[in-house]
Structure formats: C-alpha cells, structure tokens
Ligand binder design. Sequence first.
Ligand code: ADP
Ligand code: MG
Length: 491
Amino acid sequence: MAPKQFPELNKIQEEQLKASLQQWSLSNGLVMYPPNFDSFQVNVAPITLFPTPIPRHCFDDAVAVQKIFNKLYINVVAKETKWLVEILTDLARFDPEFTGRLFKIYQELIADGVLQPLSLGIFRSDYMVDATLDKIKQIEFNTVSVSFGGLSTKIGELHQFLNATGLYDNKYNYKYYEDDEIKASPSVDEIADGLADGNYYYNEEKNSTGTIVLVVVQPNERNSFDQKLVEYSLFQRHKIRSYRVTLEDIESEITVSGDGKLYVKETMDEISVVYYRSGYGPGDYDVNSEKTWQGRLILEKSRAIKCPSILTQLSGSKKVQQLLTDKKVINKLLPSISSSELELLLSTFVDILPLDDDDSEEGASLAKKLAFEEPQNYVLKPQREGGGNNIYKSEIPKFLNKLKKEEWGAYILMKLINPQTYKNKIIRNNDIYHEDIISELGIFGTTVFNEETGEIKTNKNAGWLLRSKFETSNEGGVAAGFGCVDNVYLY
Ligand code: ADP
Ligand code: MG
C-alpha cells in the first residue's frame, strides 16, 4: 500500500498552520535554545510540518527487535566481559585520549573493587528503511546519552493536534490522518520510568523518593528542554527529584561519603542514579580537562548506579557493532534466542567490515579493497559518538591515504543504506523548507542489569524517535543543526 500524499495547503492555510505549530510548540516545550542563547529565550525546535511515512511493518519490526538488542548488549557487557575488554584494549591503543582514558577509569574501578554492580541502560537503536528491500536496517546502537525522547513525544502530540483540529485539511476541518496512523511516542514517560527503575534498585527494591537522580549535562546545552521534559516526567510520575551538574562542577558540587555514597554537597541529597547526558565524546572533556576527567572518576567510583556504566558506554562502539554482525557471535551471546528472533535480528544488519591491519581477520582485506574500488557504496566511521565524524563515499580513499596504515584499524567500513526520500516540509526559525528528506527511526529501550552476574532486572521498550534531514546532507544531528525532529505516519 502506498502512503497518502502530504497535505496540500494553499499559502494562507500554510501560514495558519505555521502560526498554530509555533504557538503549540512554545506553549508545550517543543523548544530548543538558539545558538549563543540567553537563559530566558527559546526557539521552536527544528521540526517537520507533517509526519513522515514509515511502513507499519518496518516500525513493528524495529519495536519488536528492541528488547533483543537490549539483551544482546547486556550480554556483551555482563557475560562476555573478557571479550569486550580485549576489544577495548585494542581500541584504547588506537584512541588513547578518549576511549583509552575511559578504559583506564574502568581498570581503576576493577582494581579498587566495584561498589555498584548494577548498571542502568537507556539505549536507542537507530534505523533507516531501505527503499529497495522495504526493511529496516540498523545505523547504530547507542548506549550513552541518547537524546530526543522528550521532544519526540511532543512532536507526536503536536502533529496529532494539528491533524485533529483540521489544520491539515485544505477544505473542511477534517482529520487528514486516522488516529492510529499518527501515534505519539511514549518515550518521555518511559525513559523517566527507566530512571525510576534505577532509583528503585538502588534503594534495594523500594520506591524511595528520598534519593535523587544526578543529570550530568554539557555546559551551554541547547537541547536542555528535551532533558527537562524527562526530568519533569520523572517527578510527576514518581516524585523523584533531579539535580543538574556539568562534569566540570562535580568536584565542587558533589561529595562522596566514606561508604561511597554520592551526595549533593549543598543539600546532602543522596544520589541514586548518575544519568549522563554528557561525557560521550572527547569534546565533553576539553574545557578544563583534568577537572572534568576527575569529575567522571568521582562519579564512577561511587555507589550510585551509572546510566550507563563505563563498560556499557564503550560497548556501544562502532567496532563492537561490526563484530556483532557475525551470526556465530550472536549465537554465542544469545544462546537461547528463537529462530524467528534470530532471523529478525540478523535482517537488520548491513555489511560492516573491519579495517584492522591484521589481515587474518575476516573481511579486513576485503574492506581495504572495497574502500578504494567502490567507495560510493560505503561510509567510513571512527569510534566516535554524536555526529559529524563520518567520512562518506568518494572522500573515503583520500581520507585513508592520509592516514598511517596502523591507524586504519580504528575505523569500520559500513555499507550505505538507501532510504526512501519524501518531500515533507521542515520549519526552522521562521522559514519553511520544501526539499527531499530522509528519515532515521530510533527505538528507545531501558534496562537495569547486574554487570557481575548478568542478571537482568528489567528489559523494556521505551518509545521511539523519528529524525529527518535534507537528503543532500550526510549527517543527521538535530542539535548540530543538520536535521530536525519528526514523527512517524504509519501506513
Ligand atoms: P554518530 O555516532 O556520530 O551518531 P552514526 O553511525 O549514527 O554516528 O552516523 C551518523 C549519521 O550518518 C547517521 O545519523 C546517518 O544519517 C548517517 N549514516 C550512518 N551510517 C549510515 C549508513 N550505513 N547508511 C546511510 N547513512 C548512514
Ligand atoms: Mg547516530
């Protein structure tokens, strides 16, 4: 079945739609700080006017496979720790300044004795729908600082409002989409529930409101309302308070008791969960580097549950993703997986090849050949998070040639997914852009698990996110200014 076309509105109707969209967004927190902002002024977040079509069966697959992915990464961290540590030892050599430094903190923790074996995961698995295959294909699995769970719920509600009040209809005030075609993501609440799960297990399986969540944020964060929406939900649904701090300010604002408990100095509020919305890239440690790394170390050494733990964070590296595309590895990590689940999981993978110098590794020499002979089909990725780091298509040979051969191992070569394009409309500031866009579907999941025993306390779905960008731009980061927040129209 083909999706409905986007609503076709005349100029006056589009102006009315825009005004209504802006007012709703400002009233309901679908907002972001502009560049160089003052604390009292916001912008409507970059968003689409209409929801973008996603085949329902693709959406259902992505939702269905989430808990399997959660479990896969849990088992990488908790059951195949030795294997993961070996991989990370290599990555640390390639990237001593960042991966290496995080890894060193992990080693220090192990040497000192880990105070908190429980780890909280708030994950997001990202996909594009391959237009030819009509199937979801995974872009990456994010294990740290996943964003847009808050704004995703809001844009779903916005599109529902615009639809239900008739603003998508060009003649009457009819609904253009059926209600079940444009669901709003429950992510804001379900991510908050994930944090509450962490608080619950920290307090020995009690719903305590006496402990709080520490939200570790970047200085001058522009996407803070996405985070605040989750914090408000956490308070509204669970009466759990939260406290925001930058890595740089940990030493001055946070203190640790003799038994490793973490407290806010000023109020002596005990911290159950450290929720990282910062700390995932080297840039987060650039300003006052020694102090920020020291801040991270203090948090990691404490008894609070980390979201995520260092090992869980590093399990999200592109190298691990590449190794997990091997069926033998999957079977080892998920020995009791059903054949239909296994098939679904494997169907989400595209070819990812290593570029390690060790030619004995399967695929390494093939990758080197492909990178030069058909770069137009590939993207080259370093072990980095947060957008703007990849090398695309014809840039790949030039880029590799500039590197030393020994450095190639820090990259993976991934087959490009070929997504459907749509002519949706994007609104940024006061301007409406009408260009071909491509979309990336992210599915959230949360889990509490024991890193030492492998016991899984919770494993849940937590809603979704659709992000779209102009087809002409390679990267999709919303905060980075390339993309926008969208929602699904299921057909
Ligand atoms: P990061 O950790 O920086 O977010 P990603 O792996 O998500 O890295 O890549 C960034 C962006 O590059 C994605 O959001 C997507 O738009 C694009 N991209 C990455 N891998 C592919 C791929 N295999 N095919 C098509 N686009 C891709
Ligand atoms: Mg990404």
